[in-house]
Write a protein that binds this ligand. Structure first.
Ligand SMILES: Cc1cc2nc3c(=O)[nH]c(=O)nc-3n(C[C@H](O)[C@H](O)[C@H](O)COP(=O)(O)OP(=O)(O)OC[C@H]3O[C@@H](n4cnc5c(N)ncnc54)[C@H](O)[C@@H]3O)c2cc1C
Ligand code: SF4
Ligand code: SF4
Length: 410
């Protein structure tokens, strides 16, 4: 018997398998919720004490597993890509940063710029976990070398809001970088609490097709002919564009595979359920979001040839636009114009997921599963871009999967 009342909000999230793993609930109530490892390699909240009604209401406003709300205001508002102020491509002018970054190193150089210009005193970001090379840990960086050390996308669970209460209490100004769901939780928190607004004046994000479990990372190691016992360190990508998934072995050897093989053939098969019904893989809650500005082939599909990194850079707020302009003026970022009309072709995974979302949500709801509540994310307009056949296919597929998950395990 539990000695506390389970949180109705966390229960709803668990019932729908909707947790994004952002860590906000644990970060806000660390004495009663902690993030812990859960099979097959997720970070999930574990509750140990009753939450008051006001605390439940706070989780309901902030948890991205329960939903997300966007207010476009007077900004340009694309059906598939959300509200934005400007769209460009670009890269860090420092070649070391451009090379280390996942695409053009723009997030890394913007974080360095924010520190150097004094707008923030520290950065909340994600780096390899010291005790699990395929895992992540949240790091606080206060200088350029530390920011650079955490460059590169890590296709594994991260919970960068799991210490927000401590961050809000220490009086520093932080730039926050995280997945779009992390950015959504952070934006909701900032709008909910002036102390959070003071602590986290800048929110950066990246496009996200989904987070794989640690089982995905282990499967990559297996395909490389090694395992955790023999691996000293692991990068999912970066050090080139897109950069190879690279394991450095304890005996000094190195094994690697292409991004096409690691993400396309292995990691993408291990993403969490919440990602399959994600309305925001494009960081709509951020001030600036970056993505891969892939070249496309004659058929319009992205080409993953190794080359010098180029990021798509969307400034989503006036503040984001100012920060980007400052970094350009300081000579830290070089940019080129970008035609938003080409984005759907170079991000086919994001495009198809947005178009299929309404059908998938309907399939989940028909199977009796809770679904996230989305407001301002143009879910119906995106579904209208899909064929009836594809919508039906997605609805039935998700209905069947949700029913399978509802059945008691033998
Ligand atoms: C799980 C995942 C899915 C992605 N899916 C897409 C996609 O569908 N389309 C696309 O264009 N791009 C995707 N990306 C983003 C892309 O790989 C690049 O990160 C993006 O282009 C920005 O590149 P950059 O060189 O500016 O970033 P960098 O300069 O390399 O900076 C990346 C920053 O992100 C932080 N970070 C890395 N991994 C995580 C993590 N797991 N959680 C929180 N913070 C993290 C790092 O600490 C660093 O500060 C994905 C990234 C991840 C981690
Ligand atoms: S999505 Fe974030 S806030 Fe919601 S239950 Fe999961 S960890 Fe907690
Ligand atoms: S796909 Fe959406 S829910 Fe999944 S990790 Fe990325 S932003 Fe979060």
């Amino acid at each position: 018997m539990t000695a506390f009342s389970p949180s109705p909000n966390l229960t709803r999230v668990a019932k729908g398998d909707l947790c994004a793993g952002c860590g906000a609930c644990a970060g806000l109530f660390p004495d009663r919720i902690v993030m812990q490892a859960s099979a097959p390699g997720w970070l999930r909240p574990k509750q140990s004490g009753t939450l008051a009604a006001t605390e439940e209401a706070r989780i309901a406003r902030i948890c991205p597993g329960l939903g997300q709300e966007v207010e476009p205001g007077k900004r340009l508002d694309s059906v598939l890509w959300g509200p934005y102020v400007s769209a460009q491509t670009g890269w860090a002018t420092d070649p070391e940063v451009r090379f280390a970054g996942s695409s053009g190193g723009v997030l890394t150089i913007l974080l360095m710029h924010l520190l150097k210009s004094g707008r923030v005193e520290a950065v909340v970001q994600t780096a390899a976990a010291p005790d699990l090379p395929i895992g992540n840990t949240t790091v606080i960086s206060t200088d350029a070398p530390a920011v650079l050390a955490a460059a590169g996308s890590r296709y594994a669970p991260s919970a960068p809001l799991s210490d927000v209460k401590a961050r809000m209490a220490d009086g520093r100004r932080y730039a926050f970088v995280g997945k779009p769901c992390d950015a959504a939780a952070m934006r909701a928190l900032v709008e909910d609490d002036p102390k959070a607004a003071a602590a986290f004046p800048v929110i950066l994000s990246f496009f996200c097709a989904g987070v794989p479990s640690h089982a995905g990372g282990k499967a990559v190691l297996q395909a490389l002919g090694t395992d955790l016992d023999h691996v000293e360190s692991f990068r999912f990508r970066g050090n080139g564009w897109p950069g190879r998934a690279t394991a450095v072995l304890k005996d000094g050897g190195e094994r690697s595979m292409s991004y096409h093989d690691s993400w396309g053939k292995i990691l993408s098969r291990h993403v969490q359920n919440r990602c399959k019904v994600c309305a925001d893989g494009a960081g709509v809650a951020s001030d600036v979001v970056c993505a891969d500005a892939w070249e496309s082939d004659e058929a319009g599909y992205p080409v993953f040839e190794e080359g010098e990194g180029t990021s798509l850079i969307l400034a989503r707020t006036t503040l984001g636009s100012e920060i980007l302009a400052g970094a350009i003026a300081a000579g830290r970022v070089e940019t080129q114009p970008f035609d938003m009309g080409t984005l759907a072709a170079i991000q086919p995974g994001q495009r198809e997921r947005r178009r299929a979302l309404l059908a998938r949500l309907t399939g989940m709801a028909l199977a009796g599963r809770p679904i996230p509540r989305y407001r301002g994310l143009q879910v119906v307009s995106a579904a209208r871009q899909n064929s009836l056949k594809s919508n039906l296919h997605n609805l039935i597929g998700m209905f069947r999967r949700a029913l399978r998950r509802t059945k008691p395990q033998a």
